[in-house]
Write a protein that binds this ligand. Structure first.
Ligand code: CP3
Length: 343
C-alpha cells in the first residue's frame, strides 16, 4: 500500500475517517511477556535499542498481537544525549541515570561528531521495519523534544520538580539556549536519517512541557519545536509531524495554532469538547485515554473509549492514550481496545 493510503497518514493530512486509526504510546514494552523475553536476550536496555534484529522484533510484537495501524520505532528519547557523548545508564527500578551537564562550561563534553555513528543501529532498525511491516501499517519515527531531553541531561535523572534545569534555564537563558540549540540541530539530523531510512511520520515527545510557566513554555517548548519542524520541512515538505506537549492545559491551544505540526497528541486531562472546538479546526488530534483505564479494563474502559471516539471522531482524529502504557497493563485489555477500535 502506498504511504498516502495508510489511515494514519490520511488522518494527519486532515481527513475525517469513518474508522479512525489507532496506536498506543509505548505499545512495545514491559506489559508484554514476549518483550520481557527479548529484553532478557538483549542484556541491557541500551543493548536492545542498538540491536537492529531485536529492536525490529520488539517493534513488531504489538502489531502481531493487536494489529495497530502504526508501529513506533523501538528506541528511546535519551539516545540523542548518548550519541552526543553523555554517559547514560538505565538502572533497574530507577530509570535513566546520566552524568549531568549543568552549565555552559560542561557543554564542551558534548559533540555532534559521533552522533550518527553511535546511533546508526537505530537507522538500520527503521530500514528493516520499512521492509517488514505489513502494507497497511504506518511507520513512526520519534525523538524527544529539546526541553524534555534537556531535563534528563541537566538533572541527570527523572525529576519531580525540575529544580536544577529550571535554575539554569531561568537564571542563564543564553547559556541554556546553547544546549537547546545543540538539541535542535541533533534532533533535526537524527529525525532526517530516520525519514531517509523509511519513517513515514515523526512524533516529538515533550513529556515535561507542563512543568514550564507560560513564557518559558513559549521559549523552551514551542520555539524549539517550530525550529525543528521548519528545518525538517525544508528537506521533507510533506512529512507528517505530531507534537506531544504533555500537561500544558490551555497551552494546547497555542501549540496547535503556532507549532506548525500536523497532529497534536493530547494528555488525558484535556476536555474533549474543548479539543473538538478549539484544536481540531487547526490540527489532527490524537489521544487521550488515561492509561490507568487500560489497566482497569471492562465497562469503565469501554465507556471512555466510546466517549473519546464519539467526541473527537467527528473531525481528523487518531485514537491513542493520554501517555504511555504502564507495565502492569493486562495484554487482554489492549486486545479488547483493539477489537473495539477496528470495529
Ligand atoms: O513502544 C514505544 O512507544 C517505542 C519505544 C519508546 C520507549 N521510550 C522505550 C522504553 C518510546 C517512544 C520512549 C519515549 C520516552 N523515553 C519518553 C517520552 C514518552 C514518555 O513516556 O513520557 C521518555 C520520557 C523516555 C525516557 C525513559 N526511558 C524513561 C524515563 C525510562 C524509564 C522508565 C520507564 O518508562 O520504563 C525509559 C526506559 C524505557 N524506554 C523502557 C522502554 C520499553 C523500559 C525499559 C525496560 O525494558 O526496562
Amino acid at each position: 500500500m502506498r504511504t498516502e493510503e495508510k489511515l494514519l497518514i490520511l488522518a494527519l493530512r486532515g481527513e475525517t475517517l469513518s474508522r479512525p486509526p489507532f496506536w498506543l504510546m509505548r505499545q512495545a514494552g514491559r506489559y508484554l511477556p514476549e518483550y520481557k523475553a527479548t529484553r532478557q536476550d538483549a542484556g541491557s536496555f541500551l543493548d536492545l535499542c542498538y540491536n537492529p534484529d531485536l529492536a525490529t522484533e520488539v517493534t513488531l510484537q504489538p502489531i502481531r498481537r493487536f494489529g495497530m495501524d502504526a508501529a513506533i520505532l523501538f528506541a528511546d528519547i535519551l539516545l540523542i544525549p548518548d550519541g552526543l557523548g553523555q554517559a547514560l545508564d538505565y538502572k533497574e527500578g530507577e530509570g535513566p541515570i546520566l552524568e549531568p551537564i549543568r552549565n555552559v562550561a560542561e557543554l564542551s563534553a558534548l559533540s555532534m561528531d559521533n552522533l550518527h555513528s553511535r546511533v546508526a543501529p537505530v537507522y538500520e532498525t527503521v530500514a528493516r521495519l520499512a521492509e517488514e511491516l505489513p502494507d497497511n501499517v504506518a511507520l513512526i519515527g520519534f525523538a524527544g523534544a529539546p526541553w524534555t531531553v534537556a531535563t534528563y541531561m541537566v538533572e541527570g535523572r527523572g525529576s519531580r520538580d525540575h529544580a536544577i534545569v529550571k535554575q539554569w534555564a531561568y537564571s542563564d537563558p543564553d547559556g541554556f539556549g546553547q544546549l537547546m540549540d545543540l538539541l535542535v540541530t541533533a534532533t533535526v539530523e537524527y529525525l532526517s536519517k530516520q525519514v531517509e531510512a523509511g519513517a513515514e511520520v515523526v512524533q516529538l515527545f515533550d513529556t515535561w512541557a507542563g512543568a514550564l510557566s507560560e513564557t518559558a513554555f513559549q521559549r523552551w517548548c514551542i520555539e524549539p519545536v517550530q525550529k525543528i519542524v521548519a528545518q525538517l520541512r525544508q528537506s521533507y515538505p510533506d512529512l507528517p509531524i505530531i507534537g506531544f506537549p504533555r500537561g500544558v492545559g490551555a497551552g494546547y491551544g497555542t501549540f496547535a495554532k503556532t507549532a506548525n505540526v500536523n497532529g497534536v497528541s493530547l494528555d488525558w486531562t484535556v476536555p474533549l469538547d474543548w479539543a473538538a472546538r478549539e484544536l481540531q479546526p487547526h490540527v489532527t488530534v490524537q489521544g487521550n485515554l488515561d492509561p490507568r483505564l487500560l489497566v482497569v479494563g471492562g465497562p469503565a474502559m469501554e465507556a471512555e473509549i466510546n466517549r473519546i471516539r464519539e467526541t473527537l471522531g467527528q473531525g481528523p482524529f487518531i485514537f491513542n492514550l493520554g501517555h504511555g502504557i504502564v507495565p502492569e497493563t493486562p495484554p487482554e485489555h489492549v486486545g479488547r481496545l483493539a477489537e473495539m477500535l477496528r470495529g
